[in-house]
Design a protein. Structure first.
Length: 258
């Protein structure tokens, strides 16, 4: 049975996260309905990451199996014709039957976009996070150094996290200013529930001069979520890329920006 991999982007605002839930609008349910309408058979979609309510994706990866044979480009055009306007398939690729969107992934990249301005956004509302004062990017960049590597991230772990271990390997933690937006980029083998939003909240404390850059390392060492900053809003968070083994000869990984 052929297996297809699709890259998908979506506005997470209208949905209660990616994973299907009874009587709730979700990205998974919308994708399954659209693909089923196109190919005429029941489909089960698997994703690289289960984004939360209000979280967006510019490069989510899904896979599914089907007996239906269609031209390669049809798996882009067909589902898009049936999808909600807030979700779009970007490209498709047939993959080996042992490929799994989640378990075959080597890393995932997320980006958080934050407007630091006295006035809350109107046009960008729901697309970016917001903080009411200018943040010091250099201080936050210095603090990020403590996050890179293999660590126990319990201090940034959400209360509802079901991961067996809080140990994760963060290969990139970067902060950049893009005009009046601050862009946080994180790449890791996997993330804990609310991990990025909790890290961003604590970095904002550093950027606002409420805490010193060394505070992030102290939080890590404490392993105590209660000592860190509150969880930041979901609206600025984007799943921006998923990396796989080059031997699969899939289209090259590229981090995309919303």
């Amino acid at each position: 049975m052929p297996r297809y991999r699709l890259t998908v982007e979506y506005d997470g605002g209208p949905y209660c996260g990616f994973q299907a839930q009874a009587e709730q609008p979700t990205v998974q349910a919308a994708l399954e309905r659209a693909i089923e309408a196109f190919c005429g058979e029941r489909i089960r979609v698997h994703a690289a990451g289960r984004t939360d309510t209000g979280v967006h994706a510019s490069a989510q990866v899904i896979h599914f199996d089907t007996d239906v044979i269609r031209p390669k480009n049809a798996w882009v055009r067909g589902p898009n014709a049936c999808l909600d306007p807030a979700i779009r398939v970007l490209w498709s690729h047939e993959v080996p039957d042992d490929f799994h969107a989640r378990y075959s992934a080597l890393s995932r990249s997320y980006r958080y976009l934050l407007l630091d301005d006295p006035v809350a956004p109107a046009i960008l509302r729901g697309r970016v996070g917001w903080f009411h004062m200018r943040l010091d990017v250099d201080r936050m960049r210095e603090a990020c150094a403590a996050l890179v590597g293999e660590h126990d991230f319990s201090a940034f772990r959400g209360a509802e996290c079901q991961a067996r271990s809080p140990i994760r390997t963060l290969s990139e933690a970067r902060v950049e200013r893009q005009s009046n937006l601050v862009a946080f980029t994180f790449r890791a083998n996997a993330f804990l529930h609310h991990m990025i939003r909790n890290i961003v909240g604590s970095l904002v404390y550093v950027g606002a001069d409420r805490e010193e850059p060394a505070w992030i390392a102290e939080l890590m060492a404490s392993r105590d979520r209660r000592k860190a900053a509150p969880t930041f809003a979901a609206s600025g968070l984007y799943l921006a890329g998923v990396e796989y083994d080059p031997e699969l000869r899939l289209p090259a990984f590229r981090e995309t920006s919303p």
